[in-house]
Write a protein that binds this ligand. Structure first.
Ligand SMILES: [Zn+2]
Length: 260
């Protein structure tokens, strides 16, 4: 079995056929799955899907794009929501200086509140980072100095330096369909040369980033085996080794996942 550690399924993209999509995933050997919350206002919708399916768990967080909705979010609020048994991670949170949909001045306090919540709950924290490698590495090192927490750099597309510094802090890394894209040699090099073999996991990040050969179409969890195959080629592993290692790492990081 493969674990899809990052699905965005509460939105319009899956409104018509959510049950079919989840069933196709199970038939493709993909289960359980983690439904990501990207804005606080959508948590109820995400939770509702998780509550309706034994093999779907969820998270609580605000994506850096949406940090501006609630820049004053506190760790207390996040910790309280995270008490729900279906919530198994904090995030998605992070820094995105590529789009800057939220001002940087809002992204930092939001990210720090999420880190504090992750530290207090001992839940893993799902981090998004785009064009902010150095700021992210500096902040993670500083925050780790205040007390341990368990970071995941999801859909990793950053550079070697951030990967090295985050790996030193015990971070996990997830590969998405990008690792199968023709032009992604730099991303593949990071997974091959820097990402520790026992701290790599996989995700679809659906409905975005469909892996080859589905590139350009709506992505869904049943396409996750294509991400696993691409990672296997990068790491020089068999498909069986890739499934076993990424599943073990995902279960170590997300330690409240249900059985498949
Ligand atoms: Zn992201």
């Amino acid at each position: 079995m493969l674990i899809d550690t990052h699905i965005n399924i509460h939105g319009e993209a899956f409104e018509e056929d959510l049950e079919d999509v989840l069933q196709r995933a199970r038939e493709a050997g993909v289960s359980p799955m983690i439904a990501i919350c990207c804005r606080l206002s959508e948590f109820d919708a995400v939770l509702q899907i998780a509550e309706a399916h034994d093999d779907v768990m969820c998270t609580i967080g605000a994506h850096p794009h949406h940090a501006k909705d609630r820049p004053d979010i506190t760790a207390d609020e996040l910790v309280e929501i995270a008490q729900h048994p279906k919530v198994i991670a904090i995030g998605e949170t992070g820094l995105d200086f590529h789009y800057n949909y939220s001002p940087r001045a809002d992204q930092f306090p939001s990210l720090r509140a999420h880190i504090e919540a992750a530290r207090r709950t001992d839940l893993p924290i799902i981090l998004h980072c785009r064009d902010a490698d150095e700021e992210m590495a500096d902040l993670l090192e500083e925050e780790m100095g205040k007390g341990a927490f368990r970071p995941l750099l999801h859909c990793y597309t950053g550079g070697q330096a951030l990967a090295r510094r985050a790996a030193k802090l015990g971070a996990y890394f997830s590969a998405s369909g990008i690792i199968s894209f023709k032009k992604a040699d730099d991303v593949r090099a990071v997974f091959r040369d820097v990402v520790p073999d026992d701290r790599v996991i996989i995700e679809t990040d659906c409905p975005y980033l469909a892996p080859v050969p589905h590139r350009g179409r709506r992505n869904e969890p049943s396409y996750l085996p294509h991400v696993a195959e691409a990672l296997a080629r990068v790491k020089g592993w068999t498909i069986e080794q890739t499934a076993e290692r990424t599943t073990r790492a995902a279960r170590t990081l997300f330690d409240q996942l249900p059985d498949a």
